[in-house]
Design a protein around this ligand. Structure first.
Ligand SMILES: O=C(O)CCC(=O)C(=O)O
Length: 262
């Protein structure tokens, strides 16, 4: 597995990873998930993905994704996935990049399938008002299988985080490179980075990616947790989880009748 020279080398050193996010807009951290945990998450994801497909849920596979299956609102699909939200490595990189408290905008999965096509190039914080003098979000991409070019690894435009602007229709032909990483890695990518899902050119392989998308606590989350979250997640969740899901204040926002939420 080898990456384009414009991408930072994989590292297990989290200080280095924080530097890479600042310099390159992304870091690849290998060996974050022990194999038995990775397998448990992968099996669970395949199970919920099948349930979604059988239920013909809208939004599962759509034209823009050309065959990539999406699974939304993972915390409500299985409590196992809540572990990923609060993983200490993820939270450390989130805090170093956008500060704390932060909100979890979504925890969703993209599963590429043989023959699935590329997504459009975009920056995750494209709805944030300009100027973009710093990242407003961080995407933690959990590689539950190998991420290889052929399997449709996430593709990025190196250096695009320094352009400080969204990626438009006229930018779609910008040169992108695949971010390859072994199963069990995470890829932390800040919100200004232009990127897309790659196409899966294998005859029978899948790429299982779980995307924990964290933002500054001033943005409406992509998933409306207050409406859609399985109530047991909140009932049994830690304070950190409740903070990330918007059930605690991010002073002075998120109060109830003007008072902090305990
Ligand atoms: O699937 C990927 O590799 C990237 C997904 C993505 O950028 C998105 O869903 O917005």
């Amino acid at each position: 597995m080898s990456n384009h020279k414009s991408l930072p080398a994989p590292t297990a050193d989290l200080e280095q990873a924080e530097r890479y996010i600042r310099e390159h807009g992304l870091a690849i951290v290998e060996g974050v998930l022990p194999d038995q945990d990775r397998k448990r998450y992968a099996d669970e994801l395949l199970h919920v993905a099948e349930v979604e497909r059988r239920a013909h849920r809208p939004g599962t596979v759509n034209a823009a994704d050309q065959g990539t299956q999406r699974v939304w609102n993972l915390p409500s699909r299985s409590p196992l996935f809540c572990e990923l939200i609060e993983h200490p490595t993820a939270l450390r990189l989130v805090e170093a990049t956008i500060g704390w408290p932060a909100l979890l905008s979504n925890l969703s999965a993209n599963i590429t399938a043989p023959g699935s096509g590329e997504m459009f190039l975009h920056a995750d914080q494209s709805l944030s008002p300009l100027p973009w003098d710093r990242p407003h979000s961080l995407n933690i991409i959990w590689c539950l299988t190998d991420f290889t070019d052929a399997l449709g690894a996430t593709r990025v435009v190196p250096g695009s985080h320094r352009l400080n602007r969204p990626c438009g229709a006229e930018d779609q032909s910008a040169e992108s490179v695949a971010v390859e990483a072994p199963a069990g890695s995470l890829i932390a990518m800040e919100g200004r980075m232009w990127h897309k899902t790659g196409s899966n050119r294998t005859p029978d392989g899948q790429r299982l990616g779980v995307f924990g998308y964290y933002t500054l606590p001033i943005f409406l989350p992509q998933e409306n947790w207050w409406l859609s979250l399985d109530p047991t997640v909140r009932q049994f969740g830690s304070d950190t989880l409740k903070q990330l899901l918007g059930f605690k204040e991010a002073s002075p926002m998120g109060r109830v009748n003007g008072l902090p939420v305990g």
